[in-house]
Ligand binder design. Structure first.
Ligand SMILES: *[C@@H]1O[C@H](CO)[C@@H](O)[C@H](O)[C@H]1NC(C)=O
Ligand SMILES: *[C@@H]1O[C@H](CO)[C@@H](O)[C@H](O)[C@H]1NC(C)=O
Ligand SMILES: *[C@@H]1O[C@H](CO)[C@@H](O)[C@H](O)[C@H]1NC(C)=O
Ligand SMILES: *[C@@H]1O[C@H](CO)[C@@H](O)[C@H](O)[C@H]1NC(C)=O
Ligand SMILES: CC(=O)N[C@H]1CO[C@H](CO)[C@@H](O)[C@@H]1O
Length: 474
């Protein structure tokens, strides 16, 4: 079924800032997919798919509008409606529901006023716990109606009245949840570090597994958002496999299989073979999660076992699904490029010289040589090799281990020689009765001699013990 013009035009416009458009039908059932999530991420994910995927566009936007109208965030409804109006102007959902907007805004206003009045009463009564909860209620209310800055403000104010560690963790999580929604990645990390650095919070997997799973997930998402795949991988790999049995711990952020996907792709892009094996394939916490996502397990074991082209084709087969994930989407081109160049360099490790033909067979795209890509990799320093264009060879440049060692040995011999001469000179100076007075001028004129007084002292004591009383000469 060809997509209508309006959908194509809408998706193109929504991605005019460089987002990748998905044109093929993904292996994804929207209803089943969204069931796994709770909270505000549901709307975000639906709207994102609507804006990205041509075949699912109208269905996803309809679901997004339904989701928005089931909540009380008017600005979200307006955003989804605006998209619908462009993409499918003849659908019933493209009619703006003014009655719902008026009703919700009025209710939202009443609720804000009620909560503010309550907080005022608490403040007059000076009951710390009630004030804290009043701030919390207002924060939650503002989060629900989509005023995230106001929500952050009220959650921050909770901090003044916290009385237990649990409260501090709770407050930090609320702030982190809102920062995450605002895609303010560095702020997510600051907010969450307030929780993890808490003395006595016992945020280790043995005592509070839920909080641990949550902090690891949130900070992983933040590092991923900032494009630091090494740090992101380290967090995702730490997410305990208990989230499989209790997915609700993180379901307003991601599902367990999302975590495996984020973890595997960032690990493939950033870890070497040894660490992939140790931290991904054999990690006791991550391993059961892995079993849930067998094709990623396959991709990583292909990589670890040196079957690089199978690794790449396994990943490539799921590219469309990855592109529909709200957190991965932007990073897929970069992640895939990193993994690919890692595969190529790893492939070349055992050889001092390889034919371009063999690389084409392993990594080339049909009818396209890999040579320009190799040139680019060499230029950017990812690959230390030369290309012989005439013979069509790639020749690895290895540092010569023997020459390196000889150079190092020579260097330390010279350093030893220099130091010994310097000490001897000092001893002779002292035993000749010449006093080297440390002073400002000396530093300027004889920097080599005067800058280390301890040598001078050492020289003096050596001289006096071995050469007898030399001071008397002066
Ligand atoms: C509407 O939201 C409530 C929670 O706020 C949820 O329990 C319910 O399933 C939602 N209904 C639909 C149709 O999504
Ligand atoms: C947490 O984030 C909010 C913004 O969401 C910021 O205003 C606040 O200062 C941060 N708090 C801490 C403790 O880092
Ligand atoms: C990722 O973050 C770590 C720690 O802040 C830093 O040392 C490293 O350079 C970063 N890597 C990249 C690629 O930005
Ligand atoms: C923040 O997100 C976590 C993880 O999904 C969730 O368990 C927690 O209830 C959220 N906190 C708030 C206050 O929304
Ligand atoms: C999203 C939304 O409609 N928010 C409104 C809720 O009510 C306040 C007034 O209390 C408005 O300022 C918001 O715009």
């Amino acid at each position: 079924m060809a997509a209508p013009e309006s959908v194509l035009a809408f998706v193109a416009k929504a991605n005019s800032d460089g987002g990748v458009i998905v044109k093929e039908q993904p292996k994804l059932d929207l209803d089943l997919y969204i069931q796994n999530y709770t909270g505000r991420t549901r709307f975000e994910r639906l709207l994102f798919i609507g804006k990205t995927c041509v075949p699912l566009c109208v269905e996803a936007l309809k679901a997004a509008i339904r989701e928005a109208k089931n909540g009380s965030d008017v600005s979200r409804y307006k955003e989804a409606w605006e998209c619908m109006r462009w993409a499918a102007p003849h659908e019933p959902e493209a009619q703006r529901d003014e009655a719902w907007i008026d009703r919700t805004e009025a209710a939202n206003k009443t609720e804000t006023a009620r909560l503010e009045a309550e907080l005022k009463v608490y403040k007059n009564n000076l009951i710390k716990e009630s004030i804290r909860m009043g701030n919390e209620d207002l924060g939650q209310h503002f989060e629900k109606i989509g005023r995230l800055e106001a929500a952050s403000d009220y959650y921050s104010r909770m901090r003044q009245d916290v009385s237990t560690t649990r409260h501090i963790i709770d407050c930090g999580q609320r702030l982190a949840n809102v920062s995450l929604e605002r895609k303010d990645w560095p702020m997510v990390l600051t907010n969450i570090s307030k929780v993890t650095s808490l003395p006595g919070s016992n945020l280790d997997p043995a005592t509070d597994l839920d909080a641990f799973a949550y902090t690891q997930t949130v900070s992983g998402l933040a590092w991923l958002g900032m494009g630091n795949y090494t740090e992101a991988a380290a967090r995702f790999i730490n997410v305990p496999s208990e989230v499989l049995t209790k997915p609700s711990i993180i379901s307003n952020l991601a599902t367990p299989s999302d975590i495996v996907t984020y973890g595997s792709l960032t690990a493939l892009a950033s870890l070497d073979r040894y660490h992939l094996q140790k931290n991904c394939l054999n990690c006791p916490m991550f391993r059961p999660l892995f079993e849930a996502e067998p094709h990623l397990r396959k991709a990583i074991s292909h990589f670890v076992n040196g079957r690089y082209s199978s690794c790449l084709s396994t990943l490539e087969s799921a590219r469309t699904e990855y592109l529909l994930d709200i957190h991965l989407h932007k990073h897929i081109p970069a992640l895939f490029a990193l993994i690919r160049s890692k595969c190529i360099t790893q492939y070349l490790v055992p050889f001092s010289c390889a034919t371009i033909q063999s690389l084409d067979a392993a990594f080339g795209k049909p009818g396209q040589s890999i040579e320009p890509e190799l040139v680019e990799m060499i230029r950017s320093g990812k690959l230390n090799a030369r290309i012989d264009s005439k013979e069509k060879l790639v020749i690895s440049i290895r540092p010569d281990a023997r020459a390196q060692m000889q150079a190092d040995a020579l260097k330390s011999a010279h350093a030893y020689d220099r130091e010994a001469k310097e000490r001897l000179r000092r001893i002779s100076l002292v035993s000749a009765g010449l006093e080297v007075v440390p002073g400002k001028r000396q530093h300027e004129t004889m920097p080599g001699l005067a800058h280390d007084e301890s040598w001078y002292e050492e020289g003096r004591s050596l001289a006096s013990s071995s050469a007898g009383p030399v001071e008397s000469r002066g």
